[in-house]
Design a protein around this ligand. Sequence first.
Ligand code: SIN
Length: 277
Amino acid sequence: MTTAASFEVRPITATLGAEVSGVDLSDVDAATLEALNKAWLECKVLVLRDQHITREQHIAFGRLFGELEIHPFATGTLGDSGHEEIVQITSTPERLVAANTWHSDVTWREVPSMGSILRGVVIPQVGGDTCFADTAAAYDRLSDDWKARVDDKFAVHDFMRTFGRGVPAEKLDEMRSAYPPARHPVIRTHPETGARGIYTNRQFTSHVGGVDADESEEILRRLERAIMDPSVQCRIRWEVDTFVMWDNRAVQHYATDDYWPETRTVERVTVVGDRPY
Ligand code: SIN
């Protein structure tokens, strides 16, 4: 049983990330949920160790924060075992799979996710860390000229950039009309904290609207460089049954791919968010 009294938050950097102890994810009372929500908003990435819970409890924990997404493209969705809310990402000696570009989850949706809650299932001896970047800190470090250049711009995000190849030709039209390219502000405002942060990424953003292809490329590169600044980042080392929850409205992440030929498996539930503005 978790109580708010045992809840402890140890920050990892000045603006980003915290190790949280004194929480049992299988049994979260109202006061602890409030404390978790507060810490999540403040620290953006929370790390909870040694949570030996079932998949059902992982899903139930995710639901405390809102409706869960069913990912329409991820090949690792565990629908067959009755856990369709869980996306399993596995990298093996035969096939290295890593989300190794900076991104927020599912920005190709018109209503992208609020948060992701990822569990370490099979973790390499060394490597396989996940890096996070504070998108508001990255924006704050832009020059005034760059801020003025990107402040009122929109960008287009498209699942085709990443998942397009995996969709069978006969399903493509259907998926394209179900998930048309989404238009989001280049700098989004966090609906709860009001912080403004970079919301373009290489994984899903096809281009910046209202400018030519060269200028779009220049803007996307500049913003990616801002995200890649180690001064706005933290890096999380995984263990089996470590859970990391991150706020997709406030951070981007990058899964390192430095452990081949070892196996790495993680499982994610993703909480539905709201339309970026
Ligand atoms: C993801 O992009 O959701 C997966 C991150 C990871 O594998 O660490």
